[in-house]
Structure formats: structure tokens, C-alpha cells
Design a protein around this ligand. Structure first.
Ligand code: ADP
Ligand code: MG
Ligand code: MG
Length: 888
């Protein structure tokens, strides 16, 4: 067996490895801190590889690991001069999980392992601090019972709360040794009642119980859900970190704290963190006591009265400050750090890249380039394109009327509105019904992850800026207001009170995570600001980008947004969307209901001016950039009246009998409209429709020319082609129409004709089709549907089962299925270019805005991607990253 247990300590740090893959994130970073000669309690990491052995070995720890572990504990004993389970000077351990990416759902840390009825007495004698010893023991019983024995944590919390009530005290720190003695007895009774066994007294049994629990937590429901949402492979496994305890709860020269080296909400270069005197472990994040600020500056900013660490422990603060820049310099990134002070000595317990908002992520990347910590390329690669989404959407309109009902901490920026829900399950349920929700909780825990994912925003009554809700929300890019003391939640009656206001489940509220405000009802929002650091990063990205980015847009409003966001053309203008306007739909219906060619032409001539003026508008905005116009695509019956009332109205307007209309609707009915009379098939049956559309495009160009508007070169796109003959016929129609307009207006018009590739046959026959096409645009929505034979609109019912059963890694409608649909794209690109070297290739499905699909497009050397206007910056950044990754 390879070396599976890896040591870290300051005695000999030459041979230490710090590979994340082997040690998990936490273990690798502990080892790295040791290599940097920072004060880290000695310990060792059981490699992630053992997780696999554990499951293959009937969920038992392999013998070899027990042996190596014993040896490592002996080394910790030597360094600390303490002994595990010893009755004079006992060594206590922390057992911590850690996979390569930090993951909620993994086992919580167990502290003070090694305490039992006897060693606790030894600890008391050795430290001359009975309160500390008993406090540590009760914490251990609580954590171990919850995490390893599976006993609900609230049973213990309740005992403490009730006891404090009878004693008339508020804080845990007000309880003394005797009090804890009594509670320890009560705790042990709970364990006995729940497990029918006494709390384990054998320290080795404790250790192996904890180590196994870490491995078992890898397959907990929560961990699995998280892996599924974040596409983390199951086979990675988790490591286990075992480390000597240091104590922040031995008195007033002890403390424990959490720090971000920069502000994780704004990205500002300032120390951002909280600490507690005389406390241990998770006290700071648990929200049981209100933590204090680390720096004087943040005290001033937040108007806090408590002493900052800078004031209460100036020496430690100075030492920490130096360590922060040392770690930032090494990792070249903002760090999330945990430390403990034991009797005026500083110990580092954790460092990792800090989770941050999209805004902070951009600011930190840009600042670090200025500070010469990273290169421009690294900065471009640093920001996750998907997170930009939160910056590209509207924020609260300052002028809108707001009824603020509560305040809290501005834990994660952005604004969101939705129905109040009090449970993660409810939020998930409503998400399935396409409803927006705000998840309201006392505080969140890892169990709430999928609900937080489903909700638009999160509101908690307890917890600070580093609480679970705050950290997770920032990571997800969801607005969050945490620690809102103003709200009183009543889970049983499904409501919360804010002053006199009662807000019930289902009521709509708005939260502003940038200001920490809660408002009643839905509040209006405004366009985002994309100047400053954002535009700087985009400029940098554009330096490295080869793929062009276009937008899918058919209205002037969307086209304007697309241009503002940097779109370099329109990749898909769906003409049918222009038909639905109230004033036009009548003529469209008339056109469809016509039984003779003459009637149809009459109706079309009414639609023509509308189409023409639409195109003029869009061409104006695009100012010379390419515009791909797709000719009519959906089945005609989509435009027909549905209700009796609509039918009646049409019959009046067009003077056709009710009966006639109904029978025409019946005639148009299709069993399978997606595969029916649509796309270029309409153009073949009713060439006059496509003729009118082309006439509108070319006349719009003529008009632009007349008015000295920079002419665009339209790319006329024929949908749903599967044979060369289809495009051959329809291309002739386009050319003929163009010729007529040129002659009538005595102008020269430049245009291209191409096709969508959205049927497998078209991809396979790309060589023949390219004879008549100047460009291909991959319509990957339909291409995915037709390749899998799955209707996107109906896939919701079983897609989850497919993901659960690992048939699909990801929803193929979100990220391109590279092996199937991708192969067709590859074939079409190759064969098409074989026929015509100059063939222009693009993609216009929803995938055009998905970073991993964009990476695929870069690999296939497509010319452009086209996506929704709001995703244009995401696509630009993703395209730059794809290029950099390919060429590194
Ligand atoms: P998480 O991933 O949830 O942050 P950690 O493993 O970092 O979990 O542990 C949580 C807390 O436990 C830490 O913040 C730290 O305060 C405390 N802790 C962990 N190991 C030790 C140790 N060796 N001595 C003292 N406290 C520890
Ligand atoms: Mg934690
Ligand atoms: Mg931690």
C-alpha cells in the first residue's frame, strides 16, 4: 500500500506534500501553512484514497491505516508532550473532514476528542481550570453524539437552555464548573436513552468512530445533493484530518476567530472578520454569542461598541496581519482563515480561498493585477463567468416606493422578491412550479442547501456576516439578509412578525442584500452598472477572445441591451416573435386562415410594412454589425385563436364564419407539431410567406441606405433544413427577391443565405447543403431534441431521474452533450468546410450562453456564439477563458 497517512508539523517540514487531490483542501492547506513555517498544531491527514478503500472494505478502516495512524499519534504525543487517553496529561484531538473542494454536508468537526470521565479530571488538574475542562467535555459529548451517534443536536441545546432559564442567566459563559457537571450527567443520560449504550469511554473507540463518521458522511444525502448541484464526481472521496487541540476557551487570554483577508462582499482590501474571547471552534459562526470585529476600522464602520481584536490583543493582531499578507502572497488569492489564541499564543487552524460575491471576485482580480500578484491572464481566468449573472440583473430602484419592515446584515448583495417560505422543501416545490421564493429561516444549516439553491433570496433571523447563510449565499450569488433581529419567526403558524406587521407564508417580500433591508411586496428594480472594474475585466477578456459573441434578439429594446453589453451582432432574430403584436396578429391570422393564394397575399401585404419597420429599427441599432434573420419557423397553428371568444372576434374582424374558422383550425391540427409542418417546409408550401419576409428585409436595407444608416449585412437563415434540395429551392427564392428589390431601387445589396443545422440529417449531409449555404448556425435546442428524440417541453418529468441515475451528467439542454450532439456539430463543421472553406459557423441555441458549451465551441473553432442579451458578458468571459485554456 502507498503512503496513505501524511504528517504535518513544524518539527520537520521538508518532506511535507500539499496535494489537494490526496489530502483534500483542508489538509493540503494545513500542510502548506506548516511549510510556510506558520504556527499550526501538529497532526496528520488520512488521504482521500482511503475513502475508497473504506467503502470497498465493508465500511471498515483498513488494518494498514490503523497501524500508520497509531504511529502518527505517537509523534503528536512526542511533540506536545501529552498522551492520548493519559490520566495525567491527556492529549486531545480534533477530527475534521476535508474533500478537495469544500463541501457542506460533510461531517462537522469534532473537537476535544479523547475526553472521558477520567481524562477530564486529569485535564482539570493539569490546567487548574475546572470550568474549562468540563466545558470542553460537554462540547465533546454534544458534537460526538450528534455527528457520530446521530442524536439530534437540539436535545442537548434544550437541556442547556432550560438550565440557563432556571438559573436565570443568558450566556453560556455565565455557567460554572458545577453547572456543566450536572449537564454532563444529563447529556450522558440522553445518549444512554437514545443508543442504549453508555457514552464511549475508550479513546480509541472514540477516534475510530469519528474517522468512520467522516467517511460515512461522504455518502450522506446532503453531500450527494451538493455534489450533484456542483458536478463534483463521487469518486473523489474525502480525507480526514486529525490534529492536536488548541484551546480558545481557557480564559480571557484566549480567543477564536474567522477572518477574510479582503471584504468578501465588496472586494475592498480590508481585513474582514469576527472573533470571540474565551470561546471554542464554531462559537463565532454558530450565532449563540454575538462576535466582535477584528479591526478598529470595521468597528467604526458598523458602529459597534465591543473591543476589536486590534485593541484587545494588539500583538496577536499584528502577527495575524503579517500572516494574512504572507498567505495572500503565497496563494495569490483572498483567504478565508480560522485561528485560535491559547494563552496568548496564536495558532492557525485553516486557510482556504474565500468564497465571495461576483462583485468582489472582479474587484479582487483587478486589484491583484494592480498589486502585481497575478497577471492579466490569471485575472481573466479567476472570475467564474456564471457568477456574473448576479451583476447583470437589476437592483432595487432607488426611487421606487418601499415599505421597509425589518433590517439585518447585508450578507450577500443584490435584490430579490418572492413568496415567503419557511422550509427548504417548500422552496424546492415552488421552484418546480416556476415560482420565486424567499427562504426565511432562524438560521440555515447544510440541510437547507438545496432550498437555498431553489429560492431567489435568503433571510435569516440569526447569524452574522460569516454565518452559514451568509457564506453559502455569497457563494451561490444569491441575495441574503442575515441576522435580522427585527423578525420573529413562528414556524408552527407559518408566519413571521416584524414589529406590528405579520407576514404569512406565501406573502411576497423583497430583500435587499446590499443594504440589509426587508420590504413588503415586490419593489421595482433598475438596470445594473457595468462600468469600472467590470468593464476593465471585460476589456481584458476581449484581448484573449477569439469567438465572436452575438445576441439572440428580435425587439429593439433587447437589441439595445445586447449592444450595451457588447454584443457583436445578432445571431438569431426570430421573425415569428414579431407576429404576436396585438395589431399584427389579426393579419397573421387572416394570412393563415386564407384558403386562396390571393387572399393570403392580401394578408401578407398588410404584415409587410410592420416587418419592414421592425428591421429598420434593429438595423439602426446594430449599426453595420451582422444580423441573422431566421425566416418563419413555428407551425402555423401556434398563431391561431384558441378560445371561443378569440374565434368570435376573428370571425367578426375578417368576416369569416365561426364554422369556417373552426374547420380551418381542425385542418391545421397536427399530431406532432414539433416534427410537423414548420420551418422551411412552410417556405416550400407557401413561398409567398418567405418572399414577403425577404422583401421586408431588403426594403429595410434600402430604406437604411436612403437615410444614410450604416448598412448591416443580413444573414438570411432558413430553418429546419434536412436536404440540400430544400435550401437550393429556397435560396433561389431569396436571390430572386433580392434581385427585384435591387432593380426597383437601383441599389446594390449585400447579403448571405444560410441554414440552421438542427436535424441530424442536415449535420450528416452538411457537404451537399454547404453548396447552397454561406453559413451554418447550429440550433442546438432542436438539435438536442432531435438527436435524443426528447421533447424539451416534456423532459421535466423524467430529466431528474436521468440525472439521478447518472444517465445524464448534466441536463443536455443546458450544456451541450459533447459525445452525441457535439459529434454531429463536429461532423457538420468538417463536412461543411470541406465543401466551402469560407463557411461561417455559429451556434444560437441556449447553449450559446453556457460556459462549458462555449468551451466546446472554441475547440471546434466556430466563428461565434449567440446567446440571450443578458448573458453576453458571461459568454465573452467564457470565450476568453476557453481560448486561454486551449492555448496554455
Ligand atoms: P469547517 O470546514 O466547518 O470550517 P473546521 O474543520 O475548520 O470546519 O472546524 C471548525 C472549527 O473547529 C474551526 O473553526 C476551529 O475553530 C475548530 N478547530 C478545528 N481544529 C481545531 C484544533 N486543532 N484546535 C482547536 N480548534 C479547532
Ligand atoms: Mg464549520
Ligand atoms: Mg473551518
Amino acid at each position: 500500500m502507498k503512503k496513505l497517512v501524511h504528517r504535518f508539523n513544524n518539527q520537520n517540514n521538508k518532506s511535507i506534500i500539499s496535494s489537494k487531490e490526496m489530502l483534500g483542501g483542508k489538509g493540503a492547506n494545513l500542510a502548506q501553512m506548516v511549510k510556510l513555517k506558520l504556527p499550526v498544531p501538529p497532526g496528520f491527514t488520512i488521504s482521500t484514497k482511503v475513502c475508497d478503500y473504506f467503502y470497498k472494505n465493508n465500511k471498515k478502516i483498513p488494518k494498514e491505516i490503523t497501524k500508520q495512524t497509531k504511529k502518527e499519534i505517537a509523534i503528536i504525543e512526542k511533540i506536545t508532550n501529552k498522551k492520548f487517553g493519559n490520566l495525567v496529561n491527556p492529549l486531545l484531538l480534533s477530527v475534521r473532514s476535508g474533500s478537495s473542494v469544500s463541501m457542506p454536508g460533510m461531517m462537522d468537526t469534532i473537537l476535544n476528542l479523547g475526553l472521558n470521565d477520567k481524562t477530564v479530571i486529569a485535564l482539570k488538574k493539569k490546567t487548574l481550570n475546572g470550568r474549562f475542562a468540563k466545558d470542553s467535555y460537554r462540547r465533546f459529548i454534544q458534537m460526538y453524539s450528534n455527528v457520530v451517534l446521530g442524536i439530534d443536536a437540539y436535545l442537548f441545546e434544550e437541556l442547556i437552555e432550560n438550565y440557563k432559564l432556571t438559573k436565570g442567566v443568558i450566556q453560556d459563559t455565565e455557567l460554572e464548573e458545577d453547572d456543566w457537571d450536572g449537564l454532563i450527567l444529563n447529556f450522558k443520560d440522553v445518549v444512554k436513552e437514545k443508543t442504549k449504550k453508555i457514552f464511549p469511554q475508550d479513546v480509541n473507540e472514540q477516534l475510530w468512530g469519528a474517522v468512520s463518521a467522516v467517511f460515512l458522511s461522504w455518502n450522506s444525502k446532503r453531500a450527494k445533493t451538493y455534489r450533484k448541484i456542483n458536478y463534483i464526481p463521487d469518486h473523489w472521496g474525502t480525507a480526514v484530518n486529525v490534529q492536536a487541540m488548541v484551546f480558545g476557551n481557557m480564559g480571557n487570554n484566549c480567543a477564536t476567530g474567522v477572518v477574510f483577508t479582503r471584504n468578501p462582499s465588496t472586494g475592498d482590501k480590508e481585513i474582514f472578520g469576527e472573533y470571540l474571547i474565551n470561546a471554542q471552534g464554531e462559537d463565532v459562526v454558530a450565532g449563540t454569542r454575538t462576535p466582535q470585529n477584528i479591526t478598529k476600522a470595521s468597528n467604526k464602520k458598523s458602529n459597534s461598541k465591543g473591543l476589536s481584536l486590534e485593541e484587545s490583543m494588539p500583538k496577536i493582531f499584528k502577527q495575524l496581519k503579517k500572516i494574512f499578507s504572507q498567505l495572500e502572497n503565497y496563494y495569490k488569492d483572498m483567504q478565508d482563515i480560522e485561528f485560535t489564541v491559547e494563552n496568548d499564543k496564536l495558532w492557525m487552524l485553516q486557510t482556504r480561498s474565500g468564497k465571495r460575491t461576483a462583485k468582489a471576485s472582479i474587484k479582487i482580480a483587478v486589484d491583484m493585477v494592480k498589486e502585481k500578484l497575478i497577471s492579466i491572464k490569471q485575472a481573466v481566468l479567476r472570475v467564474d463567468p456564471n457568477t456574473l449573472d448576479t451583476l447583470l440583473h437589476p437592483t432595487l430602484d432607488e426611487k421606487a416606493e418601499k415599505k421597509i419592515i425589518a433590517s439585518g446584515l447585508p450578507a450577500s448583495p443584490g435584490a430579490a422578491s418572492g413568496k415567503v417560505t419557511f422550509s427548504a422543501e417548500e422552496a424546492e416545490l415552488l421552484k418546480e412550479q416556476m415560482q420565486d421564493t424567499i427562504l426565511v429561516r432562524l438560521e440555515t444549516s447544510p440541510e437547507d442547501i438545496s432550498g437555498m439553491h431553489a429560492a431567489q433570496g435568503i433571510l435569516t433571523a440569526r447569524g452574522g456576516m460569516t454565518s452559514h447563510a451568509a457564506v453559502v449565499a455569497r457563494g451561490m450569488g444569491k441575495p441574503c439578509v442575515s441576522g435580522s433581529n427585527d423578525i420573529k419567526i413562528d414556524y408552527a403558524d407559518k408566519l413571521f412578525r416584524a414589529g406590528n406587521q405579520v407576514v404569512k407564508e406565501g406573502d411576497i417580500i423583497t430583500i435587499d442584500g446590499s443594504a440589509g433591508k426587508v420590504m413588503l411586496g415586490k419593489v421595482a428594480t433598475v438596470k445594473p452598472d457595468i462600468s469600472g472594474d467590470f468593464s476593465k475585466l471585460m476589456k481584458w477578456a476581449n484581448r484573449y477572445r477569439k469567438l465572436k459573441v452575438r445576441a439572440n434578439s428580435e425587439t429593439p429594446a433587447d437589441t439595445k441591451i445586447a449592444r450595451d453589453f457588447g454584443a457583436e451582432g445578432i445571431g438569431l432574430c426570430r421573425t415569428e416573435h414579431m407576429f404576436f403584436d396585438e395589431k399584427r396578429i389579426i393579419s397573421v391570422r387572416q394570412m393563415i386562415l386564407s384558403e386562396t393564394l390571393d387572399d393570403r397575399k392580401k394578408a401578407l401585404s398588410k404584415i409587410l410594412p410592420y416587418q419592414r419597420s421592425d428591421f429598420v429599427e434593429i438595423f439602426k441599432i446594430m449599426n453595420g454589425l451582422p444580423v441573422t434573420v431566421r425566416l418563419l419557423d413555428p407551425p402555423l397553428h401556434e398563431f391561431l385563436p384558441k378560445s371561443e371568444k378569440e374565434i368570435e372576434a376573428i370571425s367578426q374582424e375578417l368576416n369569416i364564419s365561426n364554422q369556417n374558422i373552426k374547420s380551418r383550425i381542425n385542418e391545421l391540427h397536427e399530431q406532432n407539431p414539433m416534427l410537423g409542418h414548420r420551418g422551411c417546409r412552410l417556405g416550400i408550401s407557401f413561398p409567398e410567406i418567405y418572399q414577403m419576409q425577404c422583401q421586408a428585409i431588403f426594403e429595410a436595407l434600402a430604406e437604411c441606405k436612403k437615410n444614410k444608416i450604416k448598412p448591416v449585412i443580413p444573414e438570411i437563415m432558413i430553418p429546419l433544413v434536412s436536404t440540400a434540395a430544400e435550401i437550393e429551392i429556397l435560396r433561389k427564392l431569396v436571390d430572386k427577391t433580392a434581385q427585384e428589390i435591387q432593380n426597383n431601387n437601383s441599389i446594390k445589396i449585400k447579403y448571405y443565405v444560410g441554414t440552421m443545422i438542427e436535424l441530424p440529417r442536415a449535420a450528416l449531409r452538411a457537404k451537399d447543403i454547404a453548396k447552397f449555404a454561406d453559413f451554418f448556425s447550429f440550433g442546438t435546442n432542436d438539435l438536442t431534441q432531435t438527436t435524443f428524440g426528447i421533447s424539451r417541453d416534456d423532459s421535466g418529468k423524467f430529466l431528474n431521474d436521468y440525472v439521478d441515475n447518472k444517465i445524464f451528467n448534466k441536463d443536455p439542454f443546458v450544456s451541450i452533450d459533447e459525445r452525441g450532439v457535439g459529434e454531429l456539430i463536429k461532423i457538420a463543421a468538417e463536412r461543411g468546410r470541406m465543401e466551402k472553406k469560407s463557411l461561417k459557423l455559429g451556434i444560437c441555441g441556449e447553449h450559446g450562453g453556457d460556459p462549458s458549451s462555449i468551451e466546446f465551441c472554441e475547440k471546434q473553432k466556430l466563428n461565434y456564439v449567440s446567446c440571450s442579451p443578458y448573458r453576453v458578458p458571461i459568454a465573452c468571459l467564457a470565450a476568453a477563458q476557453a481560448y486561454l485554456k486551449k492555448n496554455n
